[in-house]
Design a protein around this ligand. Structure first.
Ligand code: BT5
Length: 203
């Protein structure tokens, strides 16, 4: 399938789209994205040179989004917590996000982390991009190779969601309850009901 590549680009539409065509083990980093995206067609905003914007091409993994969250939290520092399913938080403010897009043979895991700029109400890290990326590469390799139960255990420790009252919205339906735990495939359990996807608000 070709040799893995490490691409550093100035401006792209989305690092996800470049990464999609590369073999497993490849990494795409950009200074700027003209069409950076989150889940469900949402936009990911960052002025040029202000954020770490990276996509990792990885083997498929049922808990990849949570493993990437653990990896990113560990790469960023002790005060970073995880909001289910895919947000990095500092003091309840969003520092970064994770977007996993899977195809038949691989998964593209995009990670955006605010460094010198953040939208109103969001957080930023104020650390050099190269240092964060260096740590992130090691942590992604470690946590995507870790057994699922080890990933879930670390995710629980880093979680800002578990034990909280939450609102979860999925397909036009809204549920409120206590986020009790995550299940074996990373699903969020709210008052005994398992959600495999959805948007969570901490209440
Ligand atoms: C995410 O989506 O949080 C996943 C973001 C993934 C971005 C990376 S950057 C590298 C790679 N290439 C891409 O094109 N994407 C990935 P979601 O949970 O849907 O959150 C999106 C929402 O976060 C938006 O609707 C905004 O409300 C908010 N948002 C946008 N930009 C933000 C920023 N820089 N900091 C904090 N919040 C932001």
């Amino acid at each position: 399938m070709g040799k893995r590549q490490i691409l550093r680009l100035n401006s792209v539409a989305s690092t996800q789209d470049v990464a999609r065509d590369l073999p497993i083990g490849s990494i795409v980093v950009a200074d700027h994205q003209s069409a950076g995206r989150g889940r469900l067609e949402r936009r990911w905003e960052a002025p040029p040179g202000t954020a770490l914007l990276v996509s990792f091409v990885l083997a498929r993994n049922p808990v990849l989004s949570l493993a990437a969250g653990v990896a990113a939290a560990q790469a960023c520092g002790d005060d970073v917590r995880l909001k289910w399913p895919n947000d990095l938080l500092i003091e309840e403010r969003k520092l970064g996000g994770i977007l996993v897009e899977s195809t038949a043979g691989k998964a593209v895991c995009g990670i955006g982390i605010n460094l010198t700029w953040a939208p109103a109400g969001a957080a930023r890290l104020d650390q050099p991009a190269e240092e964060v990326l260096g740590r992130l590469r090691g942590e992604v390799a470690r946590w995507t190779a870790a057994p699922v139960d080890v990933v879930l255990a670390r995710w629980r420790e880093l979680s800002a969601t578990l034990g909280r009252r939450v609102r979860i919205e999925l397909g036009g339906q809204t549920t409120e309850g206590i986020a009790e735990d995550i299940g074996p495939r990373g699903e969020l359990i709210v008052d005994g009901v398992a959600f495999v996807a959805g948007s969570v608000t901490h209440l």
